[in-house]
Design a protein around this ligand. Structure first.
Ligand SMILES: *[C@@H]1O[C@H](CO)[C@@H](O)[C@H](O)[C@H]1NC(C)=O
Ligand SMILES: *[C@@H]1O[C@H](CO)[C@@H](O)[C@H](O)[C@H]1NC(C)=O
Ligand SMILES: *[C@@H]1O[C@H](CO)[C@@H](O)[C@H](O)[C@H]1NC(C)=O
Ligand SMILES: *[C@@H]1O[C@H](CO)[C@@H](O)[C@H](O)[C@H]1NC(C)=O
Ligand SMILES: *[C@@H]1O[C@H](CO)[C@@H](O)[C@H](O)[C@H]1NC(C)=O
Length: 294
């Protein structure tokens, strides 16, 4: 074999190795970061345009914080901090609360959260209001008309039952499907005048079910947490076609890339999700993502 044909052979081998099996946009570029600070960023999510499946999965890792902070979009004022992403179509973001306090006068502070690319989980979140002279509203923002609220009252602190949120000092409501954002507001009937010794503020927040256990100490104590994040569960899915449509009409854009993967339609929101077949685990969105477990 002369050197020319050896070179040709080497070139063709390297070409073979470098030809991707699928359109490159559907797989992350080599060397894509898979973490931002302490948060895993699995594909289809990516912190660079060539690392995410499409725009809706392009998330922002801001490394000027230590540890770096992951945001859902490039909009510093409104972006949501992502606390966790999991491959089962769920994620968690940080949300603040709305509150109102009567010090010398009634000073309410509303709170609004909007997740344009995702949908707020209808099954994993609760709307909660805490107070003894409090009613609070939640209103769907953008997309969907939705407006409701609940009232939390109590006359004596020893009537309040720890761990029970059913109207005495705390009320809660479940969350509807298809909501991408909400606005919270807190109101009072009588300025907390009759309960001010143990409760001078009302609070309202959305929080992942099971992450909040009401306690009488919150009637005063939640005021210290007005800058704290409450975890809110979001659902994510790919595109706006169902599994059947996506498989049928544009299979080159079909995101369930792993050989041992399958598609399913989410119960909340549009688009589809992928999962590894039983007996396999890993990332169904990557070509060789689903591996046998035995
Ligand atoms: C990161 O956060 C800082 C401080 O809020 C901000 O000034 C900067 O623009 C952000 N960088 C990116 C890439 O978003
Ligand atoms: C609540 O306080 C405001 C002043 O901030 C006052 O105008 C209003 O009458 C009070 N309402 C009640 C029911 O006490
Ligand atoms: C409820 O919990 C708070 C804080 O943990 C505690 O101070 C209070 O005594 C508890 N109340 C009852 C009735 O157990
Ligand atoms: C579905 O997604 C495509 C591509 O992102 C977009 O062009 C189209 O307008 C969307 N269709 C609907 C009905 O939302
Ligand atoms: C997929 O099919 C739907 C309905 O059958 C059609 O409206 C849409 O344009 C198709 N999309 C692509 C990318 O072929």
């Amino acid at each position: 074999m002369n050197s020319q044909s050896l070179i040709l052979q080497l070139i063709s081998v390297s070409l073979l190795l470098s030809v991707p099996l699928v359109s490159p946009a559907l797989q992350p570029a080599p060397g894509c970061p898979t973490k931002c600070g302490n948060v895993d960023v699995p594909f289809p999510f990516g912190t660079r345009p060539d690392c995410s499946l499409d725009d809706s999965f392009h998330v922002i890792c801001n490394t000027s914080f230590n540890p770096p902070i992951l945001y859902d979009r490039d909009a510093p004022e409104e972006a949501l901090e992502i606390l966790e992403i999991s491959l089962d179509g769920q994620m968690k973001v940080g949300s603040l609360m709305a509150y109102g306090c009567f010090d010398k006068k009634w000073l309410p502070m509303d709170y609004q959260l909007y997740a344009p690319k995702f949908v707020i989980s209808a099954t994993r979140n609760k709307f909660v209001a805490v107070g003894c002279d409090t009613y609070a509203f939640i209103e769907g923002s953008e997309e969907k008309n939705y407006f409701t609220g609940c009232t939390a009252m109590c006359d004596k602190i020893d009537r309040v039952e720890n761990g029970t949120c059913s109207g005495i000092g705390c009320c809660q409501m479940s969350f509807p499907k298809g909501v991408k954002g909400f606005r919270l507001s807190v109101h009072t009937y009588g300025n907390h005048t009759l309960v001010k010794d143990f409760n001078n503020c009302g609070y309202a927040f959305v929080i992942e079910q099971g992450s909040y256990h009401f306690s009488s100490s919150d009637l005063m104590g939640l005021r210290k947490r007005i800058n704290d994040y409450f975890p809110v569960g979001l659902d994510w899915s790919v595109g706006n076609l169902t599994c059947e449509e996506a498989q049928k009409n544009d299979s080159s854009a079909y995101a369930c890339r792993a050989i041992n993967s399958e598609c399913y339609n989410p119960s909340n929101g549009i688009g589809y999700n992928c999962k590894c077949l039983p007996g396999f685990q890993g990332n169904p969105y990557l070509v060789n993502g689903c591996r046998g477990t035995n």
